[in-house]
Write a protein that binds this ligand. Structure first.
Ligand code: ARG
Length: 573
């Protein structure tokens, strides 16, 4: 379906033509003064110069034509040359009825479907999932769902950090303790202990241990059987736990690949970089220059081999692109990664293009996100000041919601526990996604779990309210909506009609926060309607059927939107 604003723009263009003015640049927009009009057009202002006429005269001439147009209820020319419009309710209901019959509520499928990969896990094996990885998971899952909904093929890759020095450190500690069997909880204690022993600035710094960890890492990478076995065990234990955590977040990866998977590609890739003359030697290391003429700041060269011959983060990311090209031929890869890694990714992108690792026209994009801070503006910590484990954080939110639900006498303990998890997830995800991804934001549980205001629970509450009305009505609405003349009914339909336009923007800009803003507006418009109109007690059966039809569509659109954000609504709350 065409976008609603396009339909209005078409009518405006016809009117400009008929009034004798050029119409190419004419567009309609949603009014920024809803007290005066619903839609507006500023086209007359832009034309004044070339038409040698006052903008108001142009606007008036166009309005004369518009007044005969059955699409508009009102058309006014106002100073200095705006055209203010109100559409006929029937024109809007035609559109809304079309949406209800359309599979994607009027959203046209992508013209050129692409293979889109989203790289959005980044958790590190042997380290517990902590909140630093929460944003990647929440934002990435939503981005992937949005790409899929607009019609692309999608693959989400967890891209585990399973090959770095942390592996050697953990193995060294396990050997020291003579441990062959261990659980995630063991690893959770072992990793920080081992890691501290390797840090020069730490109290427990142990140079001999640090060297041993280095040696083990190296031997592991060169295929030592013994270390390989321990490494596999760590991976197994760790992955199972990560998977459980991601499942609880309703974050699902199609690919459970890790940095280790791409090691086999590295030797050939490095050889080729050298043969092609792209990599040059620098103090024993191999580097690739990535500066471009248009750079404002100088970009340091990308190091692909360290002076001791080992590979680094950039090497692994490049080899990952080699593998992705070989196995999946993606057209577009979106990296949902902390924005502090932007230099690293920019270097990787540039090398991969220069070296022809990615194919012509392939898009690589870093969606960099900001930090999740506590109310004090500092990175979110536990009460004792440590790094917050994701599991504890989720439990904290669950508890807070459960506490709130205790007030509802209709819901027993068992249902409350189930429902509070659903609400908590919505609170957590909406609290994150409603902020522009690139910005830091304040993680404020008590605000996120409010049932009123711009929160996840408010959106869920709105959906639950609609479900309850539809249930009480007893009969399914016919689905045909007509305009009964109420202002709030029209406001609701106007919000609904924006759906395809919003989704397109959200996809183009990879901006889930704009989807949140939309559903907040839509939920408010619904609640305005709900408070103004008596729905269930309406005596006129056709009117009531139309109201219920509008509710059904509102519910479906809201449910679709929250699914794109990565959560769902309960039956009751
Ligand atoms: N494991 C990395 C970290 O914890 C994040 C990985 C992001 N993805 C990537 N392809 N570099 O910092």
């Amino acid at each position: 379906m065409k976008k609603f604003l396009e339909l209005i723009t078409d009518e405006l263009k016809k009117a400009f033509d008929e009034a004798g003015f050029p119409s190419e640049k004419v567009v309609a927009s949603v009014s920024n003064r809803p007290d005066l009009c619903e839609y507006q057009c500023n086209g007359a202002m832009a034309l004044a110069k070339e038409a040698h006429k006052a903008p108001l005269d142009i606007a008036q001439a166009v309005v004369e034509v518009l007044k005969k147009n059955p699409v508009f209820e009102e058309a006014d020319a106002v100073k200095p040359g705006f055209i203010n419009l109100k559409v006929k309710g029937d024109f809007l209901t035609d559109y809304v009825n079309g949406m209800a019959e359309n599979e994607k509520f009027g959203l046209e499928p992508a013209e050129n479907p692409m293979m889109v990969m989203v790289d959005y896990g980044g958790a590190n094996v042997a380290k517990p999932l902590h909140i630093g990885h929460l944003r990647a998971a929440i934002i990435g899952e939503s981005i992937k769902r949005i790409c899929k909904y607009v019609g692309h093929d999608t693959l989400g890759d967890v891209h585990l950090g399973d090959w770095g020095l942390q592996m050697g450190q953990v193995i060294a500690e396990l050997k020291l303790r003579g441990m062959t069997d261990f659980t995630v909880s063991d690893l959770e204690e072992i990793y920080p202990t081992a890691s501290k022993k390797c840090k020069t600035e730490s109290e427990t710094y142990d140079p001999a241990f640090a060297e041993e960890a280095h040696r083990i890492t190296n031997e592991l990478q060169y295929g030592n059987e013994e270390y390989r076995k321990i490494w596999e065990k760590i991976l197994e234990v760790s992955k199972a736990d990560l998977k459980k955590n991601y499942d609880n977040l309703e974050v699902f990866f199609e690919l459970w690949k890790g940095e280790s998977d791409v090691q086999p590609y590295i030797p050939d890739m490095i050889q080729k970089l050298k043969d092609d003359g792209l990599a040059r030697e620098s103090q024993g290391a191999w580097v690739i220059d990535v500066t471009e003429d248009s750079d404002k700041k100088e970009l340091p060269p990308c190091i692909v081999v360290k002076s001791d011959g080992s590979s680094l983060y950039a090497t692994t990311d490049l080899a990952t692109l080699v593998e992705r090209e070989k196995l999946y031929q993606p057209d577009y890869i979106i990296y949902v990664v902390d924005k502090r890694q932007s230099l690293h990714l920019e270097q990787v992108f540039r090398v991969s293009k220069k070296a022809g690792i990615v194919h012509e026209g392939e898009k690589l994009f870093h969606l960099g996100f900001g930090t999740m801070n506590g109310k004090d503006g500092q990175p979110y910590k536990t009460r004792s000041g440590g790094v917050m484990r994701l599991e504890s954080l989720i439990n904290e939110v669950n508890e807070a919601v459960l506490e709130k639900m205790k007030d509802n006498p209709d819901i027993d303990r068992e249902e409350a526990e189930k429902t509070s998890k659903i609400i908590a997830l919505a609170a957590l995800k909406y609290g994150d996604l409603s902020n522009q991804a690139t910005k830091d934001y304040i993680f404020d549980i008590s605000r996120f779990i409010e049932f009123e205001g711009n929160t996840g629970p408010y959106i869920l509450y709105t959906i639950v309210r609609i479900k309850s009305i539809l249930n009480k009505a007893g009969v399914a609405p016919s689905g045909k909506v007509f305009f009964t003349g109420t202002k709030s009914e029209k406001d609701l339909m106007m919000e609904l009609s924006r759906f395809n336009d919003v989704i397109e923007t959200v996809y183009n800009e990879l901006a889930p926060h704009k989807l949140c803003a939309y559903i907040y507006d839509l939920a408010n418009a619904f609640n305005g309607f709900y408070h103004e109109v008596k729905i269930l007690s309406e005596e006129d059966a056709t009117k009531k059927d139309s109201y219920l039809g509008l509710l059904k569509l509102t519910k479906e659109v809201l449910e679709q939107c929250i699914d794109l954000l990565g959560f769902a609504a309960p039956e009751r709350m």
